[in-house]
Design a protein around this ligand. Structure first.
Ligand code: PLP
Length: 286
């Protein structure tokens, strides 16, 4: 495997960053994960736009031009012969003597890009069955709209899910509203067949898969509304699912151990999953 680290393509096993990288010391960085499906990177433009926003919210500069990063993403995917998998992009504020305020303006942001294949067949089988989620209180800071590498609450929530035999933890606010998953956006389908997901103005990450799922739903003529839904509403929903670059549109069939409806992936979820690829932006890995 090959990784890109600050201007160089290096063997993955010897890819290194400095011990005083601010990502390592302060989680002072941001990231993106793009899906590769059937030889195409999906929604690269939207991912780069979100990266631009994350960087500007934290006043971190672009490590390379946006177009150059787009090419590096393709290159890393191609060098690793990824047909189905993921491309990971991380930008940190760079290497400087440890001190909380920003380092001097000439500190170069650090860029790492990696890619790996995933097992398409195993993944499809999982989507056929659906997955379980648990619900846990949200313990994160209030700038979760920025895709930072500071993911400790998400790590703890995901581990809690794993310990409970579930695939994801849905993070719940003080009013009992489901915000999103530890690394996915959360959706339900109501008894009236309406798609519901929480607005992304603040309090959640504006998922790229979420955005493309909204486009897909519109193209399919499905009705959808962006509003908060409670844990109770989710447990009584006709269908539930989650979206992310790593899970695309993944049926949720159990919440806190109890089946959603009959415990099988729902029809609207299947429809959305089936049509998703057609509505995503596709850039060939070559
Ligand atoms: N919410 C959180 C907290 C995430 O970390 C992620 C992805 O990692 C998502 C939602 C889904 O976003 P996307 O569809 O862009 O992968």
């Amino acid at each position: 495997r090959i990784a890109y680290v600050n201007g160089r393509y290096v063997p993955h096993q010897s890819a290194r960053v400095h011990v005083e990288d601010r990502g390592y010391q302060f989680s002072d960085g941001v990231y993106e994960v793009c899906e590769v499906s059937d030889g195409y990177i999906l929604d690269r433009t939207r991912h780069l736009e979100r990266l631009d926003r994350s960087l500007s919210e934290l006043a971190i500069g672009w490590p390379v031009e946006r177009e150059a990063l787009g090419r590096i993403m393709i290159e890393v995917a191609a060098r690793n012969r990824v047909r189905d998998g993921l491309v990971y992009v991380q930008v940190t504020r760079g290497v400087a003597r440890r001190d909380h305020p920003f380092p001097s303006a000439d500190t170069r942001p650090a860029l790492v890009v990696t890619a790996r294949s995933t097992d398409r067949a195993a993944f499809a089988a999982k989507a056929e069955e659906g997955v379980g989620v648990i619900t846990v209180p949200d313990t994160r800071w209030d700038r979760v709209d920025i895709k930072t590498i500071g993911l400790l609450p998400n790590v703890l929530a995901r581990q809690q899910a794993r310990d409970a035999g579930a695939a994801e933890a849905w993070l719940v606010d003080e009013d009992g509203i489901v915000l999103e998953g530890a690394a996915t956006n959360a959706w339900i389908v109501t008894g009236e067949g309406e798609l519901v997901t929480r607005p992304a103005v603040s309090g959640i990450l504006r998922g790229i898969t979420r955005a493309t799922a909204i486009d897909t739903a519109a193209a399919l003529g499905l009705t959808m509304v962006e509003r908060g839904f409670t844990v109770g509403e989710a447990k009584a929903a006709r269908e539930a699912f989650m979206t992310s670059a790593t899970s695309q549109v993944m049926p949720v069939v159990r919440i806190d151990g109890a089946p959603v409806a009959n415990g099988y992936p729902g029809e609207i979820t299947r429809q959305l999953r089936g049509a998703f690829f057609a509505h995503a932006e596709k850039i060939a890995v070559r």
